[in-house]
Design a protein around this ligand. Structure first.
Ligand code: GCO
Ligand code: MG
Length: 402
């Protein structure tokens, strides 16, 4: 089954998405998400200029071989641009294989390990009252797990707060916004938020929180400790995880479960975290961690170390990635939870899909392949618009992690 065509489609139905469409000699095509928020065109060029020429004429069924060929053949290993590009090829090939076999991808991955995929939504508000109301809205929609982010008194902007309740979009058109940050104010503001949420909603609701890479290990340890009485499902990205060893210190001080890895691109970014049981959930996802082929290897390593999966699923990951993630989540044994930030109606119309949400769980559907398509005529009506993620500075002007 030879690859005859591969095309990169860039569109912006509300936000930018990069999609790879690979077609084979018998007319079957597959899709892969290649969106890297704020750096989209770098992946477009990597694919168009360097990968597409290598694909033409190759057998679309040799998924593992093609993965290794693109990874080892580049010589320059890893990095978000490379891994996103390889991930897009890989996912498109799984989509093709599923369509050729007339099976949903999750069956090719070993079949369903569960009836549905537990997902969490994003509740946010400027104040604790507003955030509590937003959590209640999610519960009314059927969610069993909710991430809560609230404004920090004294700071004009806070990560995770603003621009829509059902739909949070951090990237902005034009030049990057500058947010302000104070670790002291943040560490004071978070525990009372979760005290209120636990008191209001009782013990059963799964509550999550994202510190978005902003603390030092000892600050992270303190936050984890302060949140212990409120029994979080997870505390996410407490420190920038380039230094995996830093989690040793955090782990010694707190039993709050830890999640990390949405920015990871390969197994080497989390190998020590997993092997030393320093985290509870690995957040690497299909689009940025080399596709289904590589993500399964990460999950398999995690399984033997009692680490579960918790794939990134923000709005900058397209419906193509969402579909692929759901096939992965349904099949992998050590699944934990899936993030689900709903896309706008515009985005959903450009990417018609079979996945569905019901009673707090999602299912990828039974359509052959991934069960997601792209309406190219509609997509062409939404051309690319430059957009950036915000940057961040401390109150004295020092650049800080956003
Ligand atoms: C999350 C993430 C997102 C990221 C975004 C960056 O947990 O969903 O932290 O909000 O900031 O995906 O592109
Ligand atoms: Mg996050």
């Amino acid at each position: 089954m030879k690859i005859t065509d591969a095309r990169v489609i860039v569109c912006s139905p509300g936000r930018n998405f990069v999609t790879l469409k690979i077609t084979t000699e018998d007319g079957i095509y597959g899709l892969g998400d290649a969106t890297l928020n704020g750096r989209e065109l770098a992946v477009v060029s990597y694919l168009r200029d360097h990968v597409v020429p290598l694909l033409i004429g190759r057998d679309a069924r040799r998924i593992e071989d093609l993965w290794q060929y693109l990874y080892k053949g580049a010589y320059w290993r890893r990095g978000p641009v490379t891994m996103t590009a390889i991930g897009a090829v890989d996912v498109a090939l799984w989509d093709i294989l599923g369509k050729a076999a007339n099976m949903p991808v999750y069956r090719l991955l070993g079949g369903a390990s569960r009836e549905g995929v537990l997902v969490y939504g994003h509740a946010n508000g400027t104040t604790i009252d507003e955030t509590t109301d937003a959590v209640a809205d999610y519960i009314r929609l059927g969610y069993r797990a909710v991430r809560a982010q609230s404004g920090v008194p004294g700071l004009t902007t806070t990560y995770g707060v603003g621009r829509g309740t059902m739909y949070y979009e951090p990237a902005q058109k034009g030049m990057p916004e500058e947010a302000t940050w104070s670790t002291e104010r943040y560490l004071t503001a978070v525990p009372p938020l979760f005290a209120r949420l636990r008191e209001t909603f009782g013990p059963d609701l799964h509550l999550l929180h994202d510190a978005h890479h902003r603390l030092t290990p000892i600050e992270a340890a303190r936050l984890g400790k302060d949140l212990e009485p409120h029994r979080l499902f997870w505390l996410e990205d407490v420190v920038p995880a380039e230094l995996q060893e830093s989690f040793r210190l955090i782990r010694q001080h707190t039993t709050t479960p830890l999640a990390v890895g949405e920015v990871f691109g390969s197994i080497h970014d989390c190998e020590l975290l997993i092997r030393e049981h320093l985290i509870d959930y690995i957040r690497a996802t299909v689009v940025h961690a080399g596709g289904l082929t590589h993500l399964r290897k990460i999950a398999n390593l995690a399984e033997i170390h009692h680490v579960r999966t918790g794939c990134h699923g923000a709005t900058d990951l397209s419906p193509v990635c969402m579909a692929a993630a759901l096939h992965f989540d349904l099949s992998v044994h050590n699944f934990g939870i899936q993030e689900y930030m709903r896309h706008t109606d515009e985005t959903d119309r450009v990417f018609p899909h079979h996945y569905r949400f019901e009673d707090g769980l999602m299912h990828p559907g039974e359509a052959p392949g991934l069960g997601v398509d792209i309406d190219e005529i509609l997509a062409a009506k939404y051309p690319y618009e430059r957009a950036y993620l915000p940057t961040n500075r401390k109150e004295d002007g020092t650049v800080h992690s956003w």
